[in-house]
Design a binder for this molecule. Structure first.
Ligand code: PLP
Length: 418
């Protein structure tokens, strides 16, 4: 006890530069590399910043990309980098996978697309999640490939492409094959056909759909959707339209449903090393890309009966040591994790106790021998043989891993490691 009290405030915390494997953000120039290195070191210095960080393992990212590309019947992937690459950093992910030969990236919004373009990503960038009529000029200006969800958008895109002097601006039609979300209903395909026929400056390059239940490899919903989708392609073909790029599969379908592969797949979650369902983990080796971590900021002696945090939702049942972490729900560490959440300290699990607040979280370190201020604390990730997966954390927070990843807060620096 005395030892830990003495250690409070005395221990100097610093990340050692030699711990870092700094990869150039832009491999073309040494200057960019140096800038990246300085930026990472700055972001990792406790003298200037909280040590609450999301570490991004680019080696794991590359490995997942290769593993998934090997599964794809056609070997082509459109990597989904929307929502800042599921919280991992869209520019970092895109640049890294460009180096692996990825030539297709999917985003949800114009701003996300603009960020990639401004970072120098010149490959195909697909606008997957819809757009408004007012945005067609920007879509053309940014040279995006939109997923067209309504036939009326084809004429608008055609006008914008013509105004920009484009002759064969590629578009993909998103068919609603049964998800009842964004997409052209099969009954409206004749409208698509006539809009494409009337167009002079757009080219129907691709056709795609979204599966509602890809996580279940035997799902009759997927069977029915694929039938509807294939029929829709048949209707287009019968009208003399033969889109050359056909894509359906998300991560789960890529691994579990070969009949959904066509000639391009659109994995997101699995690229970041997380299986959308257990069956995916059994069939392809994935490595989590993000480790969310912080450090112990204070250790409190809490006599039995002490109430901890807002509302005293936890009352120490014994004389306890309560660790205070500089992380909270504003960082994406969900409030619901006060019920059963755990972290890793010194290779052992410690429970979250008391309410997770906006900036701080309290954990019980009574049973962690030698726990000290400055100790690394893994919120999710692996340390000393213990693993806390994002899926585990998501389950406790009553959400899904997708949401956990993309709500890691803006104020959490993404730190690149390999
Ligand atoms: C149209 C579309 N394709 C692909 C994906 C990637 O899905 P997953 O992350 O499950 O691989 C998404 C994700 O939301 C999507 O909306």
């Amino acid at each position: 006890m005395i030892a830990f009290l003495q250690s409070c405030g005395e221990r100097r915390l610093a990340f050692r530069p030699q711990d870092l494997d700094v990869r150039p953000q832009d491999s073309k120039t040494g200057l960019a590399s140096l800038r990246a290195k300085l930026e990472i070191q700055r972001s990792m210095s406790i003298a200037t910043q909280r040590p609450t960080v999301a570490e991004i393992d680019l080696g794991a990212l590359r490995s997942n990309f290769r593993a998934l590309r090997a599964v794809a019947a056609h070997g082509e992937l459109m990597v989904v980098v929307k929502a800042d690459a599921y919280g991992h950093g869209a520019v970092t992910v895109a640049r890294t996978l460009l180096g692996e030969g990825c030539r297709h990236f999917g985003v949800a919004t114009l701003d996300e697309a603009r960020e990639l373009r401004e970072a120098g990503v010149r490959t195909r960038v697909y606008l997957q999640a819809g757009f408004f009529a007012e945005q067609v000029a920007q879509i053309v200006a940014l040279d995006l490939t939109p997923f067209v969800f309504d036939a009326s958008m084809i004429g608008l895109l055609d006008g914008a492409a013509a105004s920009a002097g484009r002759k064969d601006f590629p578009i993909h039609i998103k068919i609603d094959s049964g998800a009842t979300r964004l997409g052209v209903m099969p009954a409206d395909i004749p409208d698509v056909i006539s809009a494409v026929r009337n167009a002079s400056s757009v080219r129907l390059e691709g056709v795609c759909t979204l599966l509602a239940n890809a996580g279940d490899p035997k799902s009759p919903i997927t069977d029915a959707q694929l039938r509807v989708f294939n029929d829709a392609i048949g209707t287009l073909n019968a009208a003399g339209m033969k889109p050359s790029v056909i894509h359906v599969a998300n991560s789960a379908a890529l691994v579990l449903r070969r009949d959904s592969h066509f000639n391009l797949a659109r994995p997101g979650l699995a690229i970041y090393g997380l299986p959308p369902v257990t069956a995916v983990r059994e069939r392809v080796e994935l490595q989590p890309v993000m480790t969310f971590k912080t450090r112990l900021m204070q250790i409190k002696r809490a006599p039995a009966g002490s109430g901890v945090g807002y509302g005293h939702t936890f009352v120490a049942p014994r004389d306890s040591l309560i660790g205070v972490l500089p992380v909270g729900y504003a960082d994406g560490y969900r409030r619901g994790l006060q019920h059963g959440g755990e972290v890793i300290v010194r290779g052992a699990r410690a429970p979250v106790v008391g309410a997770v607040s906006m900036d701080l979280t309290t954990i019980d370190v009574t049973d962690i021998a030698g726990a000290s201020v400055g100790d690394e604390v893994i919120l999710w990730g692996e340390a000393g043989g213990e693993v806390i997966s994002v899926n585990d954390v998501a389950r406790l927070a009553q959400t899904i891993s997708y949401e956990m990843l993309c709500t890691v807060g803006k104020r959490v620096p993404r730190v690149i490691r390999s």
